[in-house]
Design a protein around this ligand. Structure first.
Ligand code: 13P
Length: 287
């Protein structure tokens, strides 16, 4: 398999106090830009398509097949995970696994705990048979992602322990004050709860959603408190949009797609490079 799973990367990252970046795909140019940065930094990387834009991107099979081909054609040697972000349903997670994803997130965070556990477990049982990793969420990440807005609901530590112990997930997304999209002022992450949960679940890597816009010193602290996977989408998209906006404003006669879109890709590459360095995953791919 071209792709590795979270199981191959996160325990090692957690043990050595660094995190692997998950960067969301918004077109196949994102795939290329993210991979170029990861390869250049010799860093393992997680490419993710959030379930809400899977259809816009052409469907699960097209994403898996095209991404695999890009990895091969670019001769990428660093470990790459292809992950379904915020899988809506059990069926959707199974379809992603069948299509060739090496990791899925089942997001049952809006369900009562019992149902979240039962459904997550069903995904885990299916995923295990295919050597695919599973992430699940407790609480609610705030903000807006792909047009859907949610409020923050802090994860309850006991619910986190029950979810992990009853399902055997590979990564826990415990919502602790982070938001998707831009923050209003300084993020208010619940570091006390984060430490408590991390002390209890020492062997379980955590996934941080809403990684854009969190100050560097807070990111370093989230890694110290068990986060081995940090999700970034908004900052790549903002850099892409701002660069292209400036280019077109300064060059009103410009219409060449390679010039316009190529500039956008370089902006994504720069953000990914900076995040990899901040997360400490540079040079963590086996040589
Ligand atoms: P941001 O868009 O805030 O970076 O969050 C990304 C994310 O958590 C994807 O699930």
């Amino acid at each position: 398999m071209v792709f590795v799973s979270l199981k191959d990367l996160l325990p090692e990252a957690k043990k050595n106090n660094y995190a692997i970046g998950q960067f969301n795909i918004n077109s196949f140019q994102w795939v290329e830009a993210i991979l170029r940065a990861a390869q250049q930094q010799n860093a393992p990387v997680i490419l993710a398509s959030t379930d809400r834009i899977v259809d816009y991107l052409g469907g699960l099979r097209l994403i898996a097949t095209t991404t695999k081909k890009i990895v091969e054609e670019m001769k990428i040697t660093v470990p790459v995970v292809l992950h379904l972000d915020h899988g809506f349903t059990i069926e959707r997670c199974k379809e992603a696994i069948d299509a060739g994803y090496s990791s899925v997130m089942y997001d049952g965070s809006k369900l009562p705990l019992k149902e979240n556990i039962a459904q997550t477990k069903e995904v885990v049982d299916y995923a295990k048979r295919h050597h695919v990793s599973v992430e699940a969420e407790i609480g609610s990440v705030g903000g807006t992602e792909d047009g859907v807005t949610s409020g923050i609901k802090y994860a309850d530590p006991n619910e986190c322990y029950q979810l992990v112990e009853s399902t055997g997930i590979d990564a826990l997304a415990a919502a602790l004050g982070s938001v998707h999209g831009p923050y209003q002022g300084e993020p208010k992450l619940a570091f006390d709860l984060m430490k408590e949960i991390s002390d209890h679940l020492q062997a379980v890597p955590f996934a941080l959603h809403g990684g854009s816009g969190i100050p560097d010193h807070q990111i370093v602290k989230t890694i110290a408190y068990g986060h081995a996977k940090i999700n970034v989408n908004t900052e790549c998209n903002q850099a892409w949009a701002q660069t292209i906006r400036e280019l077109l404003t300064n060059n009103p006669a410009l219409y060449s797609p390679p010039d316009i879109l190529g500039t956008g890709m370089k902006a994504i590459e720069k953000v990914v490079t900076e995040k990899i360095q901040l997360f400490g995953s540079a040079n963590k791919a086996a040589s």
